[in-house]
Design a protein around this ligand. Structure first.
Ligand SMILES: NC(=O)C1=CN([C@@H]2O[C@H](COP(=O)(O)OP(=O)(O)OC[C@H]3O[C@@H](n4cnc5c(N)ncnc54)[C@H](OP(=O)(O)O)[C@@H]3O)[C@@H](O)[C@H]2O)C=CC1
Ligand SMILES: O=C(O)[C@@H]1CCC=N1
Length: 270
């Protein structure tokens, strides 16, 4: 299966890195990326063919992954409008709706909208996928195969829910890093050396996440098991509660979801 990425930025790097680690051949992957430094880095790191603009070789693929910023996508697909034969177009762009992408492609409907996340780089991504009704089982399977190679996948029937997927798991790694940064900073302030501060924060997160993954108990039960009456955890959780950290997280996720819809509304008008 030959894959061409349009856009060779952060997310393309995460997906290509994950695909290469899973044994996808470098010869089967191409990238169209206007920025010379990014092309050089991609070619050097992954051994993939890079082009500055869409050419015949780039179109010689089964899957085209649109990996540019939402604001760049309409312009990025202009060179392929009317040139697609039977390629499956997989968008990873936040907010943009399949109907708008299809229109920009000259009413080409073989489009799957997806929302991966950066842990794809280490095969630990989670991707929501939503297909245009005209995409057949073979197309759905092909899209799923690519994204399953870099983590787990979940099909979303209702496209309007894709902004919520974006807000929870697409942006989610940044929330986790934000929390880890805060834990690391607190550990540094408590006198740990940088290496230990990072290790204490990251391994706590990993262990707790693995426990949540493997346990059949609710996450709140797992939290309660850490929280001894009158103990240290309770002191921290009371402080979190007084600052409504849970409310702030929910508000943040709602803001991300609203921004996805706003991008779709704003950019889809053109
Ligand atoms: N980062 C993430 O965690 C996730 C991102 N996404 C989505 O992935 C998409 C890409 O995000 P991200 O990788 O972070 O963004 P980046 O800005 O890192 O990558 C986009 C790349 O596309 C290049 N580009 C711009 N115009 C064109 C063009 N006409 N043809 C080809 N390439 C072009 C950009 O070059 P230049 O910099 O020179 O403009 C840049 O290198 C977005 O739509 C985002 O919503 C989805 C899930 C997670
Ligand atoms: O911040 C963004 O818009 C993109 C989409 C999800 C993660 N990064």
């Amino acid at each position: 299966m030959k894959i061409t990425f349009i856009g060779g930025g952060n997310m393309a790097v995460a997906l290509i890195g994950g695909l290469r680690k899973q044994g996808f051949s470098a010869a089967a992957i191409q990238v169209v990326e206007p920025f010379q430094e990014s092309r050089d880095r991609l070619a050097e790191t992954f051994g993939v063919r890079c082009a500055a603009a869409v050419d015949a070789a780039a179109l010689n693929c089964e899957i085209l992954i649109l990996a540019v910023k939402p604001q760049q996508l309409r312009e990025a697909v202009a060179p392929i409008r009317g040139k697609l034969t039977d390629q499956l177009v997989v968008s990873i762009a936040a907010g943009l709706r399949m109907a708008d992408i299809s229109r920009w492609l000259g009413n080409y409907r073989k489009v799957v909208r997806t929302m991966p996340n950066t842990p794809a780089l280490i095969g630990a991504g989670i991707t929501g996928l939503c297909a245009d009704p005209s995409v057949d089982l073979e197309g759905r399977t092909a899209a799923e195969r690519i994204l399953k190679a870099v983590g787990s996948t979940v099909w979303i029937d209702d496209e309007t829910k894709m902004d919520a997927v974006t807000a929870v798991s697409g942006s989610g790694p940044a929330y986790v890093f934000y929390f880890l940064e805060a834990m690391e900073a607190a550990a540094l302030n408590l006198g740990f050396a940088p290496g230990s501060a990072r290790q204490l924060a990251v391994e706590t997160f990993l262990g707790a996440a693995r426990l949540a993954e493997q346990s059949s108990e609710s996450i709140s039960t797992l939290r309660e098991r850490v929280t001894s009456k009158g103990g240290t955890t309770e002191a921290a959780l009371l402080s979190f509660g007084a600052n409504d950290i849970a409310g702030a997280i929910e508000q943040g996720i709602l803001a991300a979801e609203a921004r996805g819809r706003e991008l779709g509304d704003m950019l889809g008008k053109d």
